[in-house]
Design a protein around this ligand. Structure first.
Ligand SMILES: Cc1cc2nc3c(=O)[nH]c(=O)nc-3n(C[C@H](O)[C@H](O)[C@H](O)COP(=O)(O)OP(=O)(O)OC[C@H]3O[C@@H](n4cnc5c(N)ncnc54)[C@H](O)[C@@H]3O)c2cc1C
Length: 450
């Protein structure tokens, strides 16, 4: 059975009718199933074990009980809970990271909807690995836009190429601890002021809930450059080794456990002028632009998780769980749930790939206002739909397992916990609804000449 969902292939056929893309997706699916999925499952198995019994048995095997051996045992256990570096390396080698960017930038010049199909597939096996690359891609998309607008410095362009090439990983750093993430543009406190020579900036503040906190090499940091309501934020690239910059708390969490989530602390971080992305005061616009494409990537990952939970639900209902001598599938309520999930997951995928196609059209015609509205509505629609159906799919899977869903070894609860990344990440439903309504009203008024 292919790891690729028929709906993904049908979309590619509809859009391109090119066998090469189908083959690329199939071969990526095989790689994900054979390499990424087992690596993710392995970390789950090790996390489900009791660490104290694990240490006890390692010490017993080694017949040593000194501090050094205890520490070595802890590190051994921790390393078993991590995705091996070679898996990340293989993902980079698969071409995923730079596939949609132009050859001039070091990419492969492939269609964005194909990338979105790849991401759905990756998200099906590992939401943690999926979000690692989705976030880095979000940063690249923003930088690419600046490059095409002709306002990207040589340093930022070189960094963009390094990320596309897989030499660097990026983090998108907007949220702060003292503010509501949904209202961050108004409440942002991280500041950037010109240095005494006027040839750079000094950044102070902190960022919270940042994906890739420990794993990134370069951080796209939004900071206040003035108190102006709409033009007060600018965007900067900060390298990991910059003096004054450090990774603060790293959060132990129950969602996407293989992804690094943490705090970034900036204390008198001095960076050259060329680290500023684009123009001063346009950070809010850049963030929205990045989030427009970023939300499509989250929708793709959420669709992948929804599909995974759906497949496990089907397996459990058809071949596994019984109630009163009958498999769950024999009950009408189960069939209704299957029908509901089938319809909603297909809808989520259709909306995600339509948004991906609209994004590509908008990239070709960036001054087309109507196209922009359609693209933004589609991107927000897709993220809203896919994040909610991912939760529902996992919820039905848990219910199908009954009490056995609550033990650590059962994956259903893990899927459900992972689905909260897609609920919160890159905006909560209320914010998406506000954006969709705002855009629809704009479209309406424009059509009516109001
Ligand atoms: C796993 C994970 C990874 C993340 N990665 C990143 C990252 O890489 N970079 C980054 O910058 N951020 C990241 N975030 C932060 C994320 O973007 C925020 O969680 C999100 O923007 C919501 O902000 P908040 O958590 O502060 O919730 P809030 O904005 O405080 O919202 C909490 C609740 O308040 C209500 N609410 C908020 N606004 C409205 C409204 N307008 N109308 C009605 N009700 C409302 C809703 O019920 C909402 O659920 C990550 C978060 C998670 C969980």
């Amino acid at each position: 059975m292919s790891y690729i969902t028929p709906g993904q292939k049908e979309w590619l056929q509809m859009l391109y009718n090119d066998k090469t893309y189908l083959e690329m997706l199939e071969s990526f699916g095989t790689f994900v199933e054979k390499k990424v999925l087992p690596a993710e499952l392995d970390t789950e198995v090790h996390r489900a074990k009791n660490p104290l019994s694990e240490i006890k048995s390692i010490l017993k095997d080694k017949n040593r009980f000194d501090w050094e051996t205890i520490e070595q045992s802890i590190n051994e256990i921790k390393s078993q809970q991590k995705i091996p570096e070679e898996v990340y390396q293989q993902i980079v080698e698969s071409g995923l990271v730079g596939m949609t960017f132009s050859e001039e930038l070091g990419g492969l010049g492939l269609p964005y909807p194909l990338f979105i199909c790849f991401l759905e597939t990756l998200g099906k096996a590992s939401p943690s690995i999926g979000v690692r690359y989705a976030i880095s891609n979000t940063v690249c998309e923003g930088l690419r836009f600046n490059h095409e607008a002709g306002d990207l410095s040589d340093y930022c362009l070189a960094t963009l190429k390094q990320i596309i090439f897989g030499e660097k990983l990026a983090a998108f750093c907007l949220t702060e601890v003292s503010a509501s993430g949904s209202n961050i543009m108004q409440e942002m406190t991280t500041r950037a002021v010109s240095n005494s020579n006027g040839n750079g900036y000094i950044l102070n503040g902190s960022k919270f809930w940042i994906t890739n906190a420990e794993t990134a090499n370069v951080y796209a940091i939004f900071a206040r450059t003035s108190d102006d309501n709409s033009n007060g934020i600018s965007l900067f690239l900060v390298e990991r080794e910059t003096p004054g910059f450090r990774v603060g708390q790293v959060f132990e969490k129950r969602v996407v456990e293989n992804s690094s989530l943490g705090e970034l602390v900036l204390k008198d971080v001095e960076i050259p002028m060329q680290n500023r992305v684009g123009n001063v005061g346009e950070g809010m616009r850049y963030a929205i632009r990045m989030l427009n494409s970023g939300r499509i990537t989250i929708a793709a990952l959420a669709t992948g998780l929804a599909q995974r939970a759906f497949e496990e639900f089907l397996e459990n209902a058809v071949e596994g769980k019984k109630a009163g001598q009958k498999h769950l599938i024999e009950y009408d309520r189960t069939k209704a749930r299957i029908a509901e999930l089938s319809m909603e997951i297909n809808a989520a995928r259709d909306m995600t790939l339509r948004a991906a196609w609209l994004k590509e059209q908008f990239d070709l015609d960036p001054d087309n206002q109507n196209l922009l509205w359609s693209y933004v509505i589609a991107s927000n629609n897709a993220k809203l739909k896919a994040s909610l159906i991912a939760q529902k799919s996992c919820d039905y899977l848990i219910k199908s397992w009954g009490a056995s869903s609550v033990v650590k070894e059962n994956r259903a609860m893990k899927h459900y916990l992972d689905s909260w990344l897609y609920y919160f990440g890159e905006a909560v439903p209320e914010v998406l609804e506000n954006t969709i309504a705002h855009m629809e009203i704009k479209k309406y008024k424009s059509a009516k000449g109001l």
